[in-house]
Structure formats: C-alpha cells, structure tokens
Design a protein around this ligand. Structure first.
Ligand SMILES: Cc1cc2nc3c(=O)[nH]c(=O)nc-3n(C[C@H](O)[C@H](O)[C@H](O)COP(=O)(O)O)c2cc1C
Length: 300
C-alpha cells in the first residue's frame, strides 16, 4: 500500500484530496453516498457574515469541457453554519477548511473571528469569487488590496490561513508573494475564470449577472501554469485546483509543485469520483515505486 499522507504546513492530511468549496456543500449529502472520511479534506461552501440568497436567473450552464456558474455565494451565513452544519463536519475525521467570503473588509474580519472561536482546521479566505457584485474577487485583483485583506484576516485568526487566489488577478505571482509576506500559511489556486455565455434568441447574456465563473477540465491548463509559477516563487504550500477529474491530473498538479489538490466540478460528474482518483493514485505510486508524493512534488 502506498502512503498518500501529505503535510500542508502544520496540518497533516491522510491523502491530498480536498473537496473544493461550493461543490460539496457542507458534506452531508455526499456523506449519504459514500464514506467521506476517506477524503483528505473538505472546504465548505463559501460563507458570509449574513445569509445570502445568491443570484437570480440561470446558475449553471454547461460549456465544452466545463461549466459556467453564477451561484453568487448563496449560503446560510456564519451563525447558522456554526449551529447547523459545523457539528456534522466536526464529527468527521477529515481536515475542515471553512471558506469565507464577504462584501467588505469588516465583514470578512467578523466572519473569520466568529469561526475562529469554533473547532475548525483552517480558514480558506476567498478573495476570488467572480459571481458577486460587491467584494469577492475585487479584493483579489491587485496586490495592494490582496495585502490589505490578508493582513486583516491574519490579525483576526490564530487558525491556519489559506488564501484562495483568483486567476483574474493582475499578477498571480505577486499576489501569492504578498500572501506569504502577510503571514498566510498556504495558497489555494485557482478559483473560476471570469467568462460568459450568450442566448442569441434573447440577444443577451445567459446570466442575470452578465458574467459567470468557468470551471472544469477547460481551465486545467491555466490552473497548472499558475500553480507552477506560484510554487516557483513562494515557500508556503499550495493547493492546486482547476479541472481535476482523474488521478493523472492530480499527479500533474503535484509535479508542478502543489502539496495537495482540490476536486470541484468533477463531483457533479460522478459523486464518488474522489474514490476512483484515490484508487488510481495509489496504484500509480505502487507501480512507480513511489513511497511518498514528496518524491515527485515540484519536479518540473
Ligand atoms: C457551483 C460552484 C460553486 C462554487 N462556489 C465557490 C465558493 O463558494 N467559494 C470558493 O472559494 N470557490 C467556489 N467555487 C470554485 C471552486 O471551489 C473551484 O475553485 C473551481 O471550480 C475550479 O475547480 P474545478 O475546475 O475542479 O471545479 C465554486 C465552483 C462551482 C462550480
């Protein structure tokens, strides 16, 4: 049996597979389908201080090799999450990443402070959501705004802090370096790529919010390139995400430097896909005589 264990900063994970925010809810539904304790970690749906009902109109639109989503951070709010969802997650032997979004810097700080009083393993600071009108991705575009929000988040929590960066950032390497300088413990990248689709009969965008976020295999080459660039320029660990559907994709992300990976859209294709990926990854390691993923990390 291969050893799939990975060390992400101070956090040990039994394997490198983390379920990506917004594609796994708070775990309960998938927990009825398979043993989700086999996963390395779960990132919660993005939470905001107050409950949000999300965007109107079309929310998911299939494209060649991907989907566009315009969910708009629908979530129950941090307080309801702590009362109704966190106890279930805390009974699971998986690493819990609480994903936090917000409209204003103060919203982020308050939400992070509330979560930090509870039992959670990491805060995943989402400054990369393209589907909200205020806040969200706006914080992750420039190095200056990234610095401001990471500094505030760092001061608001003792928990390990992972910053989820946007592929739409002006300069992804600069943004990652700023996160490291401001004391982040790790980086997740990438979030969805800002994109759009057109209804030619109605002569307008498919989405009420005009633009949406592209995910799935279509974005994998972009994600790989960004993870590679960032890993060459920071020493904090990186979670690679974007278009992973097979164990081979995971190996690619690890070879470009990721410490662990996140599975997003693939969960919608086949709910038990993480188990197939784990099985494939283990067989690959045995076949190649690899004892630890450390042996192939960042070799490119
Ligand atoms: C329907 C949907 C909802 C998402 N919601 C969030 C979210 O709330 N917070 C966040 O940080 N990322 C969110 N994401 C982005 C994913 O976590 C992930 O970064 C992105 O989809 C790329 O990975 P993938 O190609 O494997 O899906 C969402 C993605 C999808 C498809």
């Amino acid at each position: 049996m291969a050893n799939l264990k990975v060390q992400f900063g101070s956090i040990t994970m039994k394997n490198p597979l983390v379920m990506a925010s917004g594609t796994f809810g708070f775990g309960k539904e998938y927990g009825q389908l398979y043993d989700i304790e086999r996963l390395g970690g779960i990132a919660t749906k993005g939470l905001t201080l107050e409950k949000r009902s999300g965007n109107t109109g079309m929310r998911i639109w299939e494209t060649p090799s991907g989907i566009l989503n315009s969910v708009g951070l629908e979530n129950p709010g941090v307080e309801a999450f702590i009362k109704e969802e966190l106890p279930y997650l805390n009974n699971l032997n998986v690493v819990k990443l609480v994903n936090i979004g917000g409209k204003t810097l103060q919203d982020y700080v308050d939400a992070i402070a509330m979560v930090s009083k509870e039992k959670a393993d990491m805060i995943e600071l989402n400054i990369s959501c393209p589907n909200v009108k205020e806040g969200g991705m706006a914080f992750g575009i420039t190095a200056d705004s990234t610095r401001r929000i990471v500094r505030a988040a760092r001061n608001a929590t003792q928990l390990p802090l992972v910053v989820k960066l946007s592929p739409n950032a002006e300069d992804i390497v600069k943004a990652a370096v700023v996160c490291q300088e401001e004391g982040a413990d790790g980086i997740t990248l990438i979030n969805t790529v800002k994109a759009m689709a057109i209804d030619i009969d109605k002569r307008k965008s498919i989405f009420d919010n005009m633009y949406a976020g592209l995910s799935g295999p279509a974005i994998k080459p972009i994600a790989l390139r960004m993870v590679h660039e960032v890993c060459k320029n920071v020493s904090i660990p990186v979670m690679g995400v974007g278009g992973i559907t097979t164990w081979k994709d995971v190996v690619e992300f690890i070879m470009v430097g990721a410490t662990c990976v996140q599975i997003g859209t693939a969960n919608f294709i086949k709910s038990t896909i993480p188990l197939d990926i784990l099985e494939g990854l283990e067989a690959y390691m045995v076949q190649e005589g690899i004892n630890s993923l450390e042996e192939i990390r960042g070799i490119i």
